[in-house]
Design a protein around this ligand. Structure first.
Ligand code: GRF
Length: 210
């Protein structure tokens, strides 16, 4: 299968990146991670350096310089898809336009509820009993692009931000790779559709829609 050359942007622990990376090595996931971009020194960056040659860190860069250099790196490596995985910078409109429909993001809430930062805190404050994550296409708004996939978790009385984050990330590790695969095969690139036939979603403990 021809794999789509993909870049992952990170800023933190990089647990989503790790799960995307692991899945990208499997035959039926139609993407390979060629470039990793970090905007800071973080655990994800350290991990990436050990497995992806083209791992770059842009610490303390002005937005316009960062985006220009990153764009050149992506072009030089024939990147076709960008996956934001806990990337904390907001990308500029010009950059988003250049990569229209080619940037995906995972956001820790069931959008359009709770766009923006600190979603777990706000979800607890609002007394929500259900929370989740969304994979969406990045457009010029904040967490407003077309929704590709969502997962949901239950919140119980004993949960706090830490336990919610753990549950959310666990669900994201399942969701994101599958959502990327679906996006590549069904929505955007429409390649290699047959290889997905007969693959059933066996995961039932968390509610998913992908
Ligand atoms: C995830 O919860 C993701 O939804 C949000 O940031 C977190 C990143 O975690 N955008 P990690 O760096 O992938 O562990």
């Amino acid at each position: 299968m021809n794999k789509i050359k993909t870049a992952v942007f990170i800023s933190g622990e990089g647990s989503n990146f790790k799960s995307i990376y692991r899945n990208s090595l499997k035959e039926d996931y139609p993407f390979e991670i060629v470039v990793v971009i970090s905007d800071r020194k973080c655990d994800g960056y350290e991990f990436s350096k050990s497995i992806i040659n083209k791992t770059y860190m842009f610490e303390n860069y002005k937005k316009c310089h960062f985006e220009k250099e990153v764009h050149n790196i992506l072009k030089k490596n024939a990147i076709e898809l960008i996956c934001l995985a806990g990337f904390m910078k907001i990308l500029g409109k010009e950059f988003v336009k250049k990569w229209e429909k080619k940037i995906l993001n995972i956001h820790p809430s069931i959008l359009p509820l709770f766009p923006g930062l600190n979603t777990h805190t706000r979800v607890i404050r609002q007394g929500m009993k259900i929370h989740g994550s969304t994979v969406h296409v990045v457009d010029k708004g904040i967490d407003t692009g077309t929704i590709i996939a969502q997962s949901a978790i239950a919140i119980d009385n004993l949960d706090d931000e830490k336990s919610i984050e753990e549950k959310i990330k666990k669900s994201e590790h399942y969701l994101y790779s599958k959502a990327i695969r679906n996006y590549i095969l069904n929505f955007y690139f429409k390649k290699n559709k047959n290889s997905l036939k007969n693959k059933k979603n066996k995961y039932s403990k968390i509610l998913y829609s992908i």
